[in-house]
Design a protein. Structure first.
Length: 56
């Protein structure tokens, strides 16, 4: 989706393909900081409560 958006904006704003690539690269770098780690998707029963947890 990001490449298409960059292409649309480049066309509207009069930028070239280098600008498009830079925008997509910058977007992907920023977005990568918001991705969950693989182990964050473990089932809830695989997660052990902390020792101070009221669930103990």
């Amino acid at each position: 989706m990001a490449p298409r958006v960059a292409a649309l904006l480049a066309d509207e704003l009069g930028h070239d393909e280098d600008w498009e690539r830079e925008q997509v690269t910058a977007y992907r770098a920023l977005a990568s900081g918001y991705l969950l780690a693989d182990d964050a998707l473990r089932p809830a029963d695989a997660v052990q409560p902390a020792p101070w947890s009221p669930l103990l």
